[in-house]
Design a protein around this ligand. Sequence first.
Ligand SMILES: Nc1ncnc2c1ncn2[C@@H]1O[C@H](COP(=O)(O)OP(=O)(O)OP(=O)(O)O)[C@@H](O)[C@H]1O
Length: 287
Amino acid sequence: MLSVRGLGRRFGSKRALRDCSFTLPEGRVSALVGPNGAGKSTLLSLVAGLLLPSEGTITVADAPVRGRMHPDVAFLAQSRPLYGDFTVAETLRAGAKLNDRWSDEYARQTLNLLSGVALDRRIRQLSAGERTQVALAVAFGRLPKLLLLDEPLSDLDPLARDETLRILMADVAERGTTVLVSSHLLTDLSPVCDHLVLLDRGELRLAGDVEDTLHEHRLLVGPAGAAAPAAEQVIEANRTGRQAMLLVRGAGTVPAEWEATVPELEQLVLAYLRASRTSARPPVVRG
Ligand SMILES: Nc1ncnc2c1ncn2[C@@H]1O[C@H](COP(=O)(O)OP(=O)(O)OP(=O)(O)O)[C@@H](O)[C@H]1O
């Protein structure tokens, strides 16, 4: 559904994204994670066609994307761009007029499930979370095949967050939508995502199926003096007092003095990001 190859974007001398290559599987939810300034919004804006790449290619449903939104794509931008003077009802009517494929019923149903922002309210009078709810309804109303969501949960209350994730899962199950969703709220996101894209400092650190990626790694706990077991890569090593804790990738047979477990998603992501902070050349594992 989505494939990016060698994708990069510069803003003047600043490289916001560099040499990014990955493919998203169809009908799955992919979490796009990374610290502030990692390049997540830049990547989403490029895929949405709102920004032009400095280098590389983007393909959605076998068609190249270059500075123009693909009709099968809907994008919830971080700034939630909606016309302030419109009422919610007018916003939905504009959605119907501007999109060849549109379901008013689906957009209204989404809004009602979230908390039911009244249709006669003006956009500029809405709270940040209410604007997000309207913008989500517009995104779902487009009946996209690829749904790009930039921090959809950040200003929603816990109930609306929960409902958004339910709507997302139902949409993926019923319509087979492919979703790429950026969020700092990994705990909220991890139950619904089955694919991971990890960006840091504009570079891709990890991209792949969540379960496969987790099982390629081992969290090892052992005595501080024990020799590190043979592994493809040591992502992070912490030695405190008498204990050592390692996150390794591609470990073979683990010696008896080490206790090995498969890491949780949040542990894995945090270890990669900490490792990146402490090394001049952080691990770029694969694209
Ligand atoms: N229009 C722009 N002009 C100059 N620099 C920009 C512009 N847009 C983004 N950047 C820079 O590119 C880098 C990536 O920004 P981006 O917004 O993609 O990060 P992000 O991962 O979405 O961050 P956050 O989690 O804080 O939203 C940052 O260093 C940012 O300052």
